[in-house]
Design a binder for this molecule. Structure first.
Ligand SMILES: *Cc1c(COP(=O)(O)O)cnc(C)c1O
Length: 373
């Protein structure tokens, strides 16, 4: 049997809306679907504005630029995340300060954040990891106390809530990705969410070369072309209409694995819930408990059975790009500060959990995995 790690599913108005773009000729970055998609995401998250861009990495870059943080300032972020986070910080002339994750939620260990705050700290970037949110109350408390901005990476968190509050609604600037393995896809795509007009305007500027709104072809600073097309927004809007069903289905997939993999001694499963959230299983991650085994070995064996898997993220403090740049404070690169990120990045991997997954495929994955322990 062949079980890919993800297959996207289009069951709603995707085709209809997309054909409408082609039929009417509205195919570039102007068009009604962009505004509808932006408004729809604003409603989902409780933010006032959405600014659609071409991918989640661009959304992070635009979000950091939009906050207009003083160059040379420090931004605290999780060590266990995607490179896009650290890159957005460095590209804006800011200094990333990583924090280890917890061993069970794989999210940033919020109890370690305060010790990292200095008089240069300007913002905290939180990233909701693999389907569970960061514990936001302590972060918001610190942000208030130290007058810091919150950048919220909700690229894996469409439809997730923290104590009932939507993820993507808790940052001064929040972002989403709409890559095909996310809960809402537009092929490629991303969005910045904010309720602050100044942030909205700067994010729009960053998306479109900081064109002077009064006189075209005059530019107040360097931006990028991060525009999303109306065609992408058409698909994204159709996907957004189904977010409720998608989250329900992903939770069913997660619950099935929880049950089918229960009791295997050598593996740690994702937490189905915490005190503040219920997992939406962006992916279904597994961590090997035996330090002497590693993810590559298991992934290879599953691959031989036709089962797709992916590695966990690789810690930021060990990224060759970051070391080369010399842009991270030396003391932040100390390997012993990150035991959890180090462990899960070598002992963690995720198994197929896309919306296209069938019960038979899931049963097969669980059975083959069980055989390896
Ligand atoms: C997917 C993802 C991104 C980047 O999104 P792209 O659209 O692939 O550029 C950023 N942050 C997190 C946490 C992600 O999972």
């Amino acid at each position: 049997m062949n079980v890919p790690v993800n297959t996207p599913v289009f069951q709603g108005n995707e085709k209809k809306y997309l054909m409408d773009c082609i039929d009417t000729g509205w195919i570039s970055s102007a068009g009604a679907y962009i505004e509808k998609f932006e408004q729809g995401m604003a409603e989902l998250t409780g933010q006032k504005y959405g600014i659609a861009v071409c991918n989640g990495t661009a959304a992070l870059e635009a979000a950091v630029l939009a906050l207009n943080l003083e160059k040379g300032g420090e931004v605290i972020l999780p060590d266990f995340t995607i490179i896009s986070c650290v890159q957005a910080i460095v590209k804006a002339g800011l200094i990333p300060v990583p924090v280890d994750c917890t061993a069970d939620t794989w999210n940033m260990d919020v109890s370690q954040v305060e010790a990292k705050i200095t008089d240069k700290t300007r913002a905290i970037m939180v990233v909701h990891i693999y389907g569970l949110p960061t514990d936001m109350d302590p972060i918001r408390e610190l942000a208030r106390k130290h007058n810091l901005k919150i950048i919220e990476d909700a690229a894996e968190a469409h439809g997730l809530t923290y104590r009932g509050e939507p993820c993507g609604g808790m940052g001064d600037a929040s972002i989403f990705s709409f890559f095909p393995n996310k809960h809402i896809t537009s092929g490629e795509g991303g969005m910045i969410m904010t309720s602050d007009e100044a942030v909205r305007d700067r994010a729009r500027g960053a998306r479109n070369l900081f064109f002077d709104p009064e006189r075209r072809y005059i530019h107040s600073e360097f931006g990028s072309n991060f525009r999303m097309t109306n065609m992408q927004a058409a698909v994204g809007l159709a996907q957004l209409e189904q977010i409720g069903t998608t989250v329900k289905r992903k939770r069913e997939i997660g619950a099935y694995y929880q049950e089918a993999l229960q009791g295997i001694d050598g593996i740690q499963l994702p937490l189905p819930r915490t005190e503040y959230a219920e997992n939406i299983y962006w992916v279904f991650g597994i961590v090997l408990k035996d330090p002497d085994r590693n993810a590559d070995e298991i992934m290879k064996k599953l691959g031989e059975k036709g089962i797709g898997t992916r590695h966990f993220f690789y810690p930021m403090h060990k990224q060759p790009a970051l070391l080369k740049e010399g842009c991270c404070p030396k003391e932040s690169l100390e390997d012993s500060l990150y035991p959890n990120a180090n462990y899960i990045s070598t002992h963690g991997f995720y198994i197929p959990s896309g919306l296209g997954l069938t019960r038979e495929q899931q049963a097969y994955v669980a059975e083959e995995l069980r055989k390896l322990f």
